[in-house]
Design a protein around this ligand. Structure first.
Ligand code: ATP
Ligand code: MG
Length: 429
């Protein structure tokens, strides 16, 4: 029976002592994306299964083994999105965006679902920042996209990442390459896993990405796609490399990077953490995908950045996060009448945009001050009978470095508190 006190395996809660880190990562990604001219797109958490089968590719591990697929009440096959590219393409076609201004630059922050064996940096529900660029076939776009990923990572302070680059060619050069791969793997067919035996005819390149140790071992000596690139693909790859050099973006060629999804053509890349061997970001060009999903011939490229992995790296590298948001003012009432007054003043300050709290559980002033201290409030005001009587109270710095008398009539209170606290930076949650 399911344990009600345990979330399903491979999922994570993010508690308030951690959410501010997530927000920092998300806000950084958003603002860097905006600088590059990428606009946000949102799409549903689930789609018809067929979209991923066709879009991601039905010979991939993702589609063959990892999807959360179920029948809805109408008997339609539905899948929780395992990634964002197929949905983005579906959404742009459905909304007529392919006919709008090009190139089209989109980003998203989404949860993804894959039924994998959970381990560090591998979850069943995980989160991605993704970016997709449509309508630009030249190498300038490849490099702009890679620079976007690199710039987000750099802005977050992540270091020690290796950019691995490869080209897996176009359908033209792939014909010859597939033939060479088939020849190579045919000779050792009996040693391949069952999935790879199936892949041999349909998509032999997928064998290169198989995680089964025996297949990995055999794949080590397989022919390399770089040796089979046509002239156009070669020229494209050369320009990508030259432009990366120009951008000061270091990279290494990894001729074995083929990526896990079927739709890639030409450039593929990954940002890999050297210390932990984690891939934080993977992407590439997919010039055939839009037409494959029923749209016009529109080149595209994109990447997905795993946010859990990114946070693991940031923690491991001691990256700094802006501090967690704190309330500015705590109003501590003593007694029923003071409680009403405190509630009214709290309301007044909140309307003025100040983060303020007051007592909700009729605690002693001492207990309230302990709470206010723990929560990190910058100022406190105690309101008891004497303060009500005089219609004024003392606004104190919680750090003990200042106090001043403030009136308790709402407008005057607001004016006085705003003036007194203006120097203290209020962090928005
Ligand atoms: P891997 O080879 O590690 O399985 P992948 O090729 O399946 O990665 P992509 O589909 O390219 O990954 O997804 C892009 C990014 O999303 C990855 O680089 C990674 O950071 C993140 N990611 C993918 N799968 C998971 C997962 N199960 N849990 C956490 N993050 C993931
Ligand atoms: Mg995977």
């Amino acid at each position: 029976m399911a344990n009600l006190l345990h979330a399903p395996r491979g999922t994570l809660d993010v508690t308030p002592d951690q959410t501010y880190k997530w927000r920092h990562v998300e806000q950084t990604a958003r603002s860097v994306a905006a600088r590059f001219g990428f606009e946000e797109i949102r799409f549903p958490t689930f789609e018809y299964t067929e979209l991923f089968a066709r879009g991601v590719g039905d010979t991939t591990d993702v589609v063959q083994k990892e999807m959360y697929t179920f029948e809805d009440r109408g008997g339609r096959s539905i899948t929780l999105r395992p990634e964002g590219t197929a949905s983005t393409v579906r959404a742009l076609l459905q909304n007529g965006m392919a006919g709008g201004p090009l190139p089209l630059k989109l980003f998203y922050l989404i949860s993804c679902f894959r039924g994998e064996r959970p381990q560090a940096g591998r979850l069943r529900e995980f989160h991605q920042f993704g970016a997709e660029l449509f309508g630009a076939a030249g190498a300038a776009a490849d490099v702009e996209l890679i620079e976007l990923a690199g710039s987000i990572l750099k802005t977050l302070g992540v270091t020690g990442l290796r950019l691995e680059l490869n080209s897996i060619g176009c359908p033209e050069c792939r014909k010859q390459y597939h033939a060479a791969l088939r020849d190579y793997f045919k000779a050792r067919e009996s040693e391949l896993c069952e999935d790879c035996k199936g892949r041999l005819e349909r998509n032999p390149m997928r064998i290169l990405d198989c995680k089964v140790p025996a297949c990995k071992e055999i794949a080590k000596d397989a022919p390399l796609v770089l040796d089979y690139l046509c002239e156009d693909c070669k020229a494209h790859f050369e320009e990508v490399k030259a432009r990366l050099d120009d951008a000061g973006q270091a990279f290494v060629i990894n001729p074995r990077t083929v990526r896990g999804l079927d739709y890639y053509t030409r450039t593929v890349f990954e940002f890999v953490d050297e210390a932990q061997g984690l891939t934080v970001c993977g992407g590439g060009r997919y010039d055939g995908l839009v037409s494959q999903l029923g749209g016009p011939s529109l080149p595209g490229l994109g990447f997905g950045m795993g946010l859990e992995r990114l946070l693991i790296l940031m923690e491991a590298q001691g990256c700094t996060f802006p501090s967690a948001p704190r309330g500015l003012v705590y109003i501590a009432p003593l007694g029923a009448q003071a409680s009403l007054k405190a509630a009214a003043l709290t309301r007044t300050l909140r309307e003025a945009g100040i983060a303020v709290e007051t007592d909700l559980v009729a605690r002693s002033v001492k207990a309230q001050m302990k709470y206010a201290d723990k929560q990190g409030f910058a100022y406190s005001v105690v309101i008891g009978d004497a303060e009500l009587e005089k219609d004024e109270a003392t606004l104190k710095s919680m750090r003990g470095d200042g106090a001043q008398v403030v009136p308790l009539t709402p407008d005057a209170f607001r004016t006085a508190v705003c003036a007194a606290t203006a120097q203290t930076k209020q962090e928005e949650g």
